[in-house]
Design a protein around this ligand. Structure first.
Ligand code: HMG
Length: 440
């Protein structure tokens, strides 16, 4: 069978922006550098009071269908990944399909629709489902639409408040993709965790510090699992490594995991072998813990070396450009990081076709997935078509008082009369929960 992967991508940002160092930090009486240097954020995207997960997802998907000249008949599957759903029965994909049917000829009556849930990793899981559906030959030549859409809001006063964001990423999964081919090599790290959860509540209950440790632990397990199917890979094999980015400071800590493959270097392996008394690959189970300890100590020493810092600047830093300006988009976050990396390649006129990306997805609760992708010949045209810079520039910069109003409105209180800060421009807008969204 021919290659299967992501053919096209569209990003829709919430239309408001909150300036963290200049608006949020003074209101919270905090040092702005905590946000810019510590968390690595400048602004976050917020949904206006007529935007929600359905409108943002439908607007991203409409743009993608228009650009790729697609009709509903071309789509055999629509999966929405979200952790901001408002309906426990009807999947968000049906609401979005309803919007799209109102502006395209035809309908999605023969498309399989669903909603995927596993915190932020469900965007990647939906891509995996689409990949498997196509690979199994059940797609009848059609493509799958995957939409990751979230309003990532925290209760006011929660430490997570600084990392909020809102937006949607629509992705078309097809045979012979233009953007990236997915490989069947994957690694997982998964365990029952309770550091971040939303049991029947709008805002998450979070143990922020622990959530960072859980992210790193699961991601490390996923990398180890990935190594078992891709033993000979080295850090320089990957042009970029986009990680799930709740805030760039988290990726600064995770970056080292992308460098772990240096332990494959024979000299390093010998050094580690000396520490545990035998070659790692011959290690018995009991030695394994000691070997892992030795790796951790070795990696810890690496993190301040020029060699590592140079690698980080080339391979990880470019994945964070958009995230710094939009905050956490939960399910869309790692896909924004991939787009950011490819945009960087375009802006630096880098030739990328045939090069590999290593994608580190993560969802609280908790599961990490590592997989590799190969950039395809059509990547440049696909990334040139993105309008994310314009969208970011056009956001309305809210004051702290306006932020409080918007935050209240999105606390499932959108059906009362609320002020709007921008004008809809030929897009789907919220018309009341459970009702069809209008186009204005
Ligand atoms: P906090 O506790 O308020 O912040 O919130 P802090 O005091 O730890 O400071 C943050 C960083 O800024 C630290 O850097 C400080 O040193 C630094 P670090 O030491 O960690 O490298 N800092 C400064 N730097 C320069 N100048 C200053 C200054 N002050 C401090 N003046 C916390 C941080 C992450 C706890 C909070 O934002 C939070 O709870 N966030 C939500 C949870 C989260 O994002 N967790 C991340 C991992 S879990 C995940 O990614 C999954 C998720 O996306 C959900 C899902 O999967 O569905 C969240």
């Amino acid at each position: 069978m021919s290659a299967v992967g992501i053919d096209a991508i569209e990003i829709w940002t919430g239309k408001l922006e909150l300036d963290l160092p200049n608006t949020f930090a003074p209101a919270k009486n905090e040092d702005p550098e905590k946000y810019t240097k510590g968390l690595g954020l400048q602004t976050s995207s917020f949904p206006d009071t007529y935007e929600d997960i359905v409108t943002m997802g439908a607007n991203a998907a409409k743009r993608l269908m228009d650009r790729k000249d697609l009709m509903p008949d071309d789509i055999g599957r629509i999966d929405v990944a979200t952790e901001s759903a408002f309906d426990n029965s009807k999947p968000v994909s049906t609401y979005i399909a309803g919007c799209l049917e109102r502006v395209h000829d035809g309908d999605f009556h023969h498309a399989n629709k669903g909603e995927r849930k596993f915190a932020c990793v469900s965007g990647t899981q939906s891509i995996d489902d689409a990949y498997n559906w196509i690979r199994a030959g059940r797609h009848r030549g059609r493509s799958a639409l995957v939409i990751a859409t979230d309003t990532a809001l925290y209760a006011r006063g929660d430490p997570g408040e600084a990392t909020q964001g809102a937006g949607a990423v629509a992705m078309l999964i097809s045979e012979d993709p233009s953007l990236v081919e997915l490989s069947n090599e994957q690694g997982y790290g998964s365990a029952d965790e309770t550091d971040f959860l939303k049991p029947n509540q709008q805002f998450p209950s979070v143990d922020g510090k622990r959530s960072m440790q859980v992210y790193l632990a699961r991601m490390r397990e996923a990398v180890e699992d990935f190594e078992s199917v891709a033993w000979d890979m080295q850090p320089e094999d990957f042009a970029y490594i986009p990680f799930h980015t709740p805030f760039p400071g988290m990726v600064r800590k995770a970056g080292l995991l992308g460098y772990r493959h240096t332990i494959r270097d024979t000299e390093v392996e010998d050094e580690l072998a000396e520490q545990i008394g035998r070659q790692p690959r011959e290690a018995e189970y009991d030695d394994w813990e000691a070997y892992e300890e030795a790796i951790r100590a070795y990696m810890d020493q690496l993190k301040d070396t020029d060699e590592y810092l140079d690698w980080y600047d080339r391979v990880i830093e470019p994945t964070l450009d958009i995230s710094r300006r939009v905050g956490n988009w939960y399910t869309g976050s790692v896909h924004v990081a991939r787009a950011s990396a490819l945009k960087h390649a375009l802006e630096t006129d880098r030739s990328l076709a045939g090069e590999k990306l290593l994608i580190g997805s993560y969802g609280s609760g908790a599961q990490a997935e590592i997989h590799a992708e190969t950039v395809q010949d059509g990547w440049r045209e696909e990334i040139e078509a993105l309008s994310i810079d314009e969208q970011l520039e056009r956001r309305y910069d809210i004051s702290y008082e306006e932020y409080e109003k918007v935050h209240d409105a999105h606390n499932h209180d959108m059906d009362r009369e609320v002020e709007e800060f921008t004008q809809p421009e030929g897009e789907f807008v919220h018309a009341g929960w459970g009702r069809m969204n209008e186009r204005k």
